[in-house]
Design a protein around this ligand. Structure first.
Ligand SMILES: [Zn+2]
Length: 291
């Protein structure tokens, strides 16, 4: 009987020392009212079970360079970046990823972004923090006080979800001082609001799903603009662009275009998950066209 279990839980709550057990008890209490299951393996009781937590941790514990998997990235402006493996002299912007976009990490990201699982935020924050520290150490060696610029979320997505996934991730890390020392989060880029630009973008967006990689990339071009409040803050500053998933790199390219227009130095980008190289990529599953 549910009410008996609830009554027993109330008694337990009453008897437990406050506030040591409160968080834990509330979690159990919550799961009685709203039964939950692991977003990866569907085992009941928690949003991420012990086994999947361990898999998630293993998948994200070693951040790595991911720019080779994306062919829509802008050119690097930092010396020492790696040339492309195909022998061309184009050097893509370096990208550090926490993990590869595969089972556990993909499931956690989708549940967090699209299904309201904000209770998974701590796991994703831990993964993102690892990549941010790695990027700060390896890409911003000579830069003091790196600026972290999130790829802007769309207003419509925010209204639908009630939260901005990237802002929630970065905000928590900033509050708990888990960002690299001296790093600040500056939402310096936003989606273009001028009628002409947004009209073009709407036309482009309506055809987004049916397009291949290159088509999508050109659709994102010129869709963003500087956020007015930060226009002068970024001059001469070293920036890292932050996004959740790297697919083609086109949104990172568009964000970099705006930042370079503000005379900022884009040292690289940081993502939580990088999708595999084009061959074998399952685009429809990995790309969220609504942002
Ligand atoms: Zn599980």
């Amino acid at each position: 009987m549910l009410w008996k279990r609830l009554a027993a839980r109330f008694d337990e709550l009453r008897l437990r020392p406050w506030p040591v057990k409160t968080g834990e008890a509330f979690g159990e209490f919550w799961s009685l009212l709203f039964p939950t299951e692991c977003v990866v393996c569907e085992q009941p009781d928690s949003s991420l079970c012990t086994d999947c937590t361990e898999t998630f941790r293993r998948m994200t514990v070693r951040p790595f360079r991911a720019e080779e998997s994306a062919d829509g990235l802008p050119a690097s402006e930092v010396s020492g970046s790696r040339p492309r493996a195909d022998g061309s002299d184009f050097v893509p912007l370096p990208v550090i990823a926490s993990g590869r976009y595969a089972k556990s990490l993909a499931a956690v990201l989708l549940a967090y972004k699209n299904h309201g699982h904000t209770d998974l935020v701590r796991w994703l924050q831990a993964a993102l923090a690892g990549a941010l520290h790695e990027a700060n150490a390896s890409l911003c060696v000579h830069a003091a006080d790196v600026v972290l610029v999130p790829v802007p979320g769309k207003g419509a997505s925010f209204r639908r979800r009630g939260y901005d996934p990237l802002a929630l991730l970065l905000g928590g890390l900033a509050r708990r001082r888990e960002l690299p020392a001296g790093a600040v989060v500056v939402p310096a880029v936003r989606h273009a609001r001028t009628p002409a630009a947004s009209a073009i973008f709407d036309i482009a967006k309506s055809g987004q799903k049916g397009l291949g990689r290159r088509g999508r990339r050109s659709n994102v071009a010129w869709s963003m603009e500087p956020a007015p409040a930060y226009q002068r803050v970024l001059r001469g500053r070293a920036c890292l662009i932050v996004d959740d998933v790297l697919t083609t790199g086109s949104t990172i390219a568009e964000t970099a275009r705006v930042l370079r227009g503000l005379d900022a130095t884009v040292a690289g980008a940081v993502v939580i998950a990088a999708t595999p190289a084009p061959r074998g990529r399952r685009e429809r599953e990995t790309e969220d066209p609504t942002g």
